[in-house]
Ligand binder design. Structure first.
Ligand code: UDP
Ligand code: MG
Length: 209
């Protein structure tokens, strides 16, 4: 893994990463559990910068990057893109931002993502927001959201659910064993979910709302 780590650092900024002190909250949950929707609310109320790993990967495809075709094929199959690619994009977004607090949405998706991110960036999350939602409800949301995403079809959705159960839940278990998971019932309506989310962020906030 040493090679992967060195390459990720060099490719991101051509030198060692800066050591600005950052607060990171990982936002995890199955596809369609409401991560993106709730992140937008958190940004508005608490001044975080929202970094969606999926959005960064989709932007990378659009930019015509040499990895674009590989990323596109993996997303179509619901597979997890190699860590060094995703970490480089996240690292660059963190470094380019003027902010010092970030919501990282949809990452880490497996144990290897998690371990590589921690060792490359040295960042340990403040806590992990876990949106717990039934597959039935997630499937309904994904099939009705019409965002023109190539992976919001029933075949890919099934694959994404399987990857979530097999690869992403162990990451949540890992952080749970460290007492870092804040589990939210995400089957409820958006406003109700946000009430619960708000209560978790308020003690961290230096802004009165
Ligand atoms: N993806 C990935 N690594 C990440 C985040 C996303 O490989 O860290 C890929 C993966 O193929 C996933 C797709 O991007 O199925 C869409 O991810 P996103 O988080 O946008 O969607 P969600 O599954 O949360 O609806
Ligand atoms: Mg999303």
């Amino acid at each position: 893994m040493g090679t992967v780590v060195d390459a990720a650092i060099k490719d991101a900024n051509g030198s060692l990463p800066s050591h600005k002190k950052v607060t990171v909250v990982f936002v995890l949950g199955g596809p369609g559990s409401g991560k993106g929707t709730q992140c937008a609310n958190i940004v508005e109320h608490f001044g975080y910068t929202h970094l969606s790993a999926g959005d960064l990967l989709r932007a990378e495809i659009k930019s015509g990057s040499e990895n674009g075709t590989m990323i596109q094929n993996m997303i179509k199959e619901g597979k997890i893109v190699p860590s060094e690619v995703t970490i480089r994009l996240l690292q660059r977004a963190i470094q380019e931002s003027g902010n010092d607090k970030f919501l990282i949405d949809g990452f880490p998706r497996n144990e290897e993502n998690r371990a590589a991110f921690e060792s490359v960036t040295g960042i340990v999350p403040e806590f992990v927001l876990f949106f717990d939602c039934s597959e039935e409800e997630m499937e309904r949301r994904l099939l009705s959201r019409n965002q023109g995403r190539e992976d919001d079809n029933i075949d890919t959705i099934r694959k994404r659910f399987k990857v979530f159960l097999e690869s992403s839940l162990p990451v949540i278990d890992y952080y749970d064993s460290k007492g870092k998971v804040r589990k939210i019932d995400a089957t409820k309506p958006i406003e109700e979910v946000f009430e619960t989310v708000k209560a978790l962020f308020t003690p961290l906030s230096d802004k009165v709302i």
